[in-house]
Design a protein around this ligand. Sequence first.
Ligand code: NAP
Ligand code: HSE
Length: 583
Amino acid sequence: VSLRPISVLKFGSSVLAGRRDLKHAVHEIYRELREARRVVAVVSALGRTTDRLLGEARHFGESEPAALALLLSTGESRAVALLALALQRAGISTSILDPEQLGLRTHGSLLDGEPFALDAALIRRELELSSVVVVPGFVGRDSSGATSLLGRGGSDLSALFLAHRLGASCRLLKDVDGVYERDPAPDRAAACALPRARRYATLAWDDALAVGGAVVQTKALRFAREHALEFEVGRVGAAAHTRIGSEATRFAPADGPPRRLRLALLGLGTVGLGVHRELQRFPERFEVASILVRDRFKRRASAFGELDPELATQDPAAVLDSGCEAIVELLGGVSTAADLVGRALERGLDVVTANKQLVVERGAALEAVASRSGSLLLHSATVGGAVPVLETVRHLAATRPIAGFEGIVNSTTNFVLEWLSEGDDLETAVGRARWRGYCEADPRLDLDGTDAAHKLELVARAAFGGGVAVRWLERRGIDGLCAGELQSAGASGETIRLVASCARATWGLEARLAPRRVPCSSLLGRTRGVENCFAIRTHDGETLVLRGKGAGRWPTTEAVLGDLLELSRLRQSSAAPVEEVAR
Ligand code: NAP
Ligand code: HSE
C-alpha cells in the first residue's frame, strides 16, 4: 500500500473558464494534498480556447488532421503552463509533463484516437520529487510520433486512462456538482413547470451511459465500464458529487441551502492581506464581518483592493461581537492572541490560526476550551506553509507507526543562509527576508531557532501524540554561525542548513536542532531559499518526502484557506437532509 495514494483530478474548460479560475484548481489540488494524497492534474484548454482555435483553422478551409491536432493541442499546453505557475506561486512543489514525456500513445484517427500506452513509471518518479504533476488532457502521440487528440471532451478519457494505468482514484471536476437526471439550471425547471432536477449520488456504469453523456464524454464512460473503473464527478470546492461505478443507481438527498460562513479576521499583515484577498473569491461561502488591526488608518497594499473602512477596527471586543461564527487569528505573539482565541472558543466560535507560538505554549488549554464548547481550533498554517505537514503526518500515523522525521522547517534561516553564502552580511540577508514577509515580527525568533523548535514540537505532537516528552539533545539556531564556516563548507561541495530532527527513543522522543553541513547535491542541500523539506520515516523503513514553500504570503494563505474551506464544507454537510431515493 502506497504511503501516499495518487488522485487524478481533471479540470475541464467549464471549470477553468479563464486565468482567474486557476486559483480554484490550486485550492482543489491542495485539498487532496491535505488528505495525504499526491495529485496528477489533467487540464483542458481554458474556456472557449478550443472553439477559438477551431475558428482560426476554418480560415484555411478544410483542415489537414495533423496540423489541426497540433493547433488545438496548444490550448492544453498553455493551460498546463499556467496552472503550474499558479501552483508554484502558492508554494506547491509541481512538475509538468508534456505529451511526449507523458508517453500517452494512441491509435486510430488523429483527431479522435484511442489511448493504449503511457509512461506510468515516469509519472510515479515525478510524484516522488513533487507532490503534483500537471499534464495536458485530450492530447497524445500516434505511432509515428505525430500529435493526436482523443475527440471532443477527450480530457475525461485522458484522466480515466491515467487513473487506470496508475492505479489511482479519479475525480472529474465540472461546473456542476455531479450528474443530474436533467439540466439542473433552476430557470429551465421553472420554464417547464418541473420540480428541481435531482442529482445522482451513485450511478451504475450502464445508467451513466444512458444519462451522463452531456456531462462526461461517452467514450470515457465506455472506457470506465469496460475496465470496471470507479470515479467521481463533482464541482471544485464542493463536498457533493456523483460516484460512477458498480453501486446501484441512487439519487442524492436534496442539497440544503448554501450557507455563508461569517468570519472575523484578526490581523491584516503579510498573511492577513492574502487571506482577505482569497476570501473575496468565494462570496457564496464566506463573509468577512470584522477585521482587527493595530492601526486602522495604516495604508495597505492597493493591490488588495479597497478595504471597507467600516470593517476594520482596533477594538478586540467589537470583533468578537460582530456576529461572526469563526475567527482567523493572524496577529502573532501570545498574550493578545491567546486571550482572543480563548474567548472566541468559549463562545463556541471556530478558530483558524497560523500562530505556532500560541499553539505550542497555549494549545493544550485552548483545545480543552474548544472541546468543552464543541468548537474547532485548526492550525494547518503553523508548520510548512503550503506543505500540509501536520495533515500528512496525522494521516500516516493513523495507519503506520512513525519512527522519526528530519528536515528544514524554518524558511527565513534557509533563505538567509543562501544569501550569506552569496556574500551578504547577516543584517542585509535578514533585511531581504523581512521585506519578503518571511520573518517573525521579531526575526531573532527565526535566527535563534525558536520558530523551528516550535514547529518541531507541533510535528512531534501530530506524529506521536501530545503526551510524549521531548528531550532536546541539542538546540541551536544560525545566530552563532560565522562566515568562515559557510566558506569552508562551500569549498568542499557542502552547504549549511538548519536541520531539525526528532526520533522515538525507548523512554520518549529525542530532538535536535542545529546548523549542519550537508552535501550540496543532497535532499537537504537542494532545499533552496524559502523552501521547507520534511523526510518522515515509518517504523517499517519507508521514507516519505514533502517539500514546498514554507513561508510568505501565498503559501501561508493556501494553508489558512485550506482550513477555512474545510470548516465551510463541514457546516454545509451538516446542513444537508439525509433522505435517499432509489432510481
Ligand atoms: P504581520 O505582517 O506582522 O501582521 C500582523 C497583523 O496583526 C497586522 O495587521 C497588525 O496590525 C495586526 N496586529 C498585531 N498585533 C495586534 C494587536 N495587538 N491588536 C490588533 N492588531 C494587531 O504578521 P504576519 O507575517 O502576517 O504573521 C501573522 C501570523 O502568522 C504570525 O503568528 C506568524 O507566526 C504566522 N505565520 C506567518 C508566516 C509568514 O510567512 N509571514 C508563515 C506562517 C505563519 P497593523 O497592520 O495595523 O500593524
Ligand atoms: N518565520 C517563519 C519562517 C514563517 O521563516 O519559517 C513561517 O512559519
